[in-house]
Design a protein around this ligand. Structure first.
Ligand code: PLP
Length: 396
């Protein structure tokens, strides 16, 4: 028996272990001080009432033989009420999808890793640096070659394609975790054109699309040509607070082919072998989140987080600190003051203000010198953290 030795090439997350240890030590040393965690990437507000009601109705249906549901009849597609709700949401942004192009899942992370099964391990993968670590790690596990697209202060953490780079699979995360930066139409069009020229496929992670305001694309399919080169992966986690419920969806255009083979056909084959669907109760809750009342209620929750993000961004702006995010995203990505590296500044902010962020280095080498703050704490805690950070920034 041999193990998959690719796992040995994964970077152990020393940094996050160190962060956890420092938080634990802060709590032990200062039991009287209140720690505010602006490091948490999980939602905190409860599910919308319309979602809860839909799930309660679905529970009752499961208790009645006349309405009981077993396996989802078309495991990969989801119940019609949900795929129609997703279709309608895309249509509101001018994107026409057919029901067969939408694949319901238990969340974006599962699909981001599962989709790789349909691609050869000989492909070269292009991953932005810094970014959500799952993209690189899932490909390292499969032994694929990875090249990185440098995101940095110079390009506003929105890298554009470099024609010299030969990539077959391209990851784009917009709005981005951890930087909060979001592409406009021109930036996305540059990536779509690059992918089309190279016959590559874009894996577009739209997990934070609901945070966008103003005229930015919510979906890669708002960009001309994307149907010929893109797969979009999205989630109810941050849109509707489903991190603990688990529901997402992947969109694969039915005309998208490589080597004359339909990619959605491969995905259906993969899913029907390795996946058995998402619970009826969950799907009914997700459909309600995209209904009229549910969408209004979830938008109120997102507006709450966005007010937190705006407060943090305003504080940084007032103190002359460079940052990205904070507007189309729950993340604020700040440059560490005084030339500190990300772990030094994390430690200084923890000790000096009792506020925890996440050192940027944990998201890639280009994250060095930056700290990620999140908007998911309560409004009261965020306001308190801003006051403390304001005092702290004046002292250093
Ligand atoms: N994509 C990005 C960029 C994320 O930040 C996250 C979660 O933090 C996910 C995907 C995972 O989403 P899900 O909860 O749907 O698995």
């Amino acid at each position: 028996m041999n193990i998959n030795r690719n796992f040995l090439a994964l970077c152990p997350s020393y940094l996050f272990t160190e962060v956890g240890a420092r938080i634990a030590s802060f709590r032990e040393k200062h039991p009287e001080r209140e720690l505010i965690r602006l490091s948490v990437g999980d939602v905190t507000l409860p599910l919308a009432p319309a979602v809860i009601r839909a799930m309660q109705r679905a529970v009752l249906e499961m208790g009645d033989a006349a309405t009981f549901k077993g396996y989802c009849p078309e495991t990969c597609y989801g119940y019609e009420v949900l795929t129609e709700a997703i279709r309608a949401r895309y249509a509101r942004r001018g994107v026409k999808l057919s029901a067969g192009e939408i694949f319901v899942s238990d969340g974006a992370k599962s699909d981001l890793s599962g989709i790789l099964d349909i691609f050869s391990c000989d492909n070269t993968v292009l991953v932005p640096d810094p970014v959500y670590p799952v993209y690189a790690d899932t490909n390292i596990m499969a032994g694929r070659r990875i090249v990185y697209a440098d995101a940095n202060g110079g390009n506003g953490f929105l890298p554009l394609p470099d024609e010299r780079v030969q990539a077959d699979i391209i990851y784009i995360c917009s709005p981005n975790n951890p930087t909060g930066a979001a592409y406009g139409y021109d930036g996305l069009k540059a990536w779509v054109d690059y992918a089309l020229r190279r016959n590559a496929v874009i894996l577009y992670d739209a997990a934070y699309e609901a945070f966008i305001d103003g005229d930015l694309p919510h979906s890669v399919f708002e960009v001309e040509g994307a149907r010929g080169c893109a797969i979009e992966i999205c989630s109810f986690s941050k849109t509707a607070g489903f991190t603990g419920v688990r529901c997402g969806y992947t969109v694969i255009p039915d005309t998208l082919e490589r080597e004359g083979v339909s990619l959605s056909g491969l995905w259906i084959r993969r899913q029907s072998t390795k996946f058995n669907g998402v619970s009826y109760i969950t799907q009914m809750g997700a459909a309600a989140a995209f209904g009229e009342e549910g969408e209004r209620q979830t938008a109120e929750n997102i507006a709450y987080y966005k007010r937190n993000a705006a407060a943090i961004a305003a504080l940084l702006g007032a103190n002359g600190i460079w940052y990205t995010g904070g507007r189309h995203s729950p993340y604020i990505w700040m440059r560490c003051p005084g030339g500190m590296n990300s772990l030094q500044f994390f430690g200084a902010l923890l000790e000096g203000a009792g506020v925890a962020g996440t050192p940027g280095y944990g998201f890639g080498k280009n994250g060095e010198g930056y700290l990620r703050l999140t908007a998911f704490a309560s409004a009261e805690d965020t306001a308190k953290a801003c006051t403390r950070m304001g005092d702290f920034l004046k002292r250093i």
